[in-house]
Design a protein around this ligand. Structure first.
Ligand code: PSU
Ligand code: MN
Length: 296
């Protein structure tokens, strides 16, 4: 594992660092938007006074923090792997390049000593497929960092996902909300068990978790900014259609999430992409503020 000089220095100084995932660069967003957004996320973290650490595997080397050239290489890599926890050993051994999912990013970031991580939406339990449970949920149960997201991706069975997080002992916090956000929509209509309204309240929970010796992440769920949000009823109709298409084409496993995201982008003429970008930027900003608060 290689930590970039900039990130290593920030960690040594006890300065705020925010980890960023890269499966969204390799599999979540189309080119060239993926590189644009990856750069924007790093810029927003810097704007807030923290150091960004994009996590990815380049030629078999897990990297915490990428140079501008490495970020570009990742965004343009041909046939990159989607690297979740189970894929890490093989991708490293075979010297491949890939984007890390929430689960794999959490593992690597925590190992490097990073305490806060921002993503778009976490994986969860798929609709109509209760056996397809993202490794993200188990990583959340066993990796003590703060994960900032816009809820679980709306393509999932959100009720089932929340139940599983409860079973796994993961604190799910609504950031300025009492309702579980639904990725590109502000609310899923499901209640979220905990609430925080400031970075300091989240930082206090993370410190208490550490003092208690608990291993679960604190999952901070932030509603997408109003102006970019898609009304939940409208999102639901499009998602149901995309899920039916995936079913008809026999798409499942690791390909299901990327397929659904790209079909939704096509079906909504790019509206879900604009929403995805807005929520990612908002989450990176929120994560940076929490990281700053944790260093105080
Ligand atoms: N959030 C996004 N776009 C994405 C993802 C999250 O805005 O592409 C990725 C994350 O990396 C997450 C993964 O970990 O989708 C979940 O995939 P699966 O359902 O196969 O576990
Ligand atoms: Mn899956």
């Amino acid at each position: 594992m290689k930590v970039s000089p900039e990130v290593a220095e920030a960690l040594t100084d006890g300065a705020p660092v925010v980890a960023l995932e890269s499966a969204l660069i390799t599999h979540g967003l189309p080119r060239p938007l993926n590189l644009e957004v990856a750069r924007e996320l790093e810029a927003v973290v810097r704007e807030e006074g923290a150091t960004p650490a994009t996590v990815a595997i380049l030629d078999g080397v897990p990297r915490i923090g990428l140079s501008p050239a490495q970020l570009e290489a990742l965004a343009q890599a041909s046939d990159p792997a989607k690297v979740s926890l189970r894929d890490l050993p093989a991708v490293v051994a075979q010297k491949r390049t890939g984007g890390t999912t929430v689960a794999a990013t959490m593992h690597l970031a925590h190992r490097a000593g990073v305490r806060v991580f921002a993503t778009g939406g976490i994986g969860g339990v798929h609709r109509g497929h209760p056996e397809d449970v993202s490794a993200d949920l188990f990583a959340l149960a066993s990796t003590p960092i703060v994960v900032v997201c816009a809820g679980a991706k709306a393509i999932l069975d959100l009720g089932h996902t929340l139940e599983t997080l409860e079973t796994l002992g993961v604190p799910v916090v609504g950031y300025g909300t009492d309702a579980f956000p639904a990725f590109t929509s502000r609310s899923s209509g499901l209640p979220v068990p905990l609430r925080a309204d400031t970075p300091a309240e989240v930082a206090a929970m993370a410190r208490a978790r550490d003092a208690l010796g608990l291993q679960a992440a604190i999952l901070v769920t932030v509603p997408i900014p109003e102006e970019a949000a898609i009304p939940w009823e409208e999102a639901q109709a499009e998602i149901e259609a995309a899920v039916a298409e995936a079913e008809a084409q026999g798409i499942g496993g690791r390909d299901l999430t990327p397929y659904l995201l790209s079909r939704l982008a096509e079906r909504t003429q790019g509206r879900t992409l604009a929403a995805n970008r807005a929520l990612l930027v908002n989450n990176a900003r929120t994560a940076a503020r929490i990281a700053l608060s944790l260093t105080r």
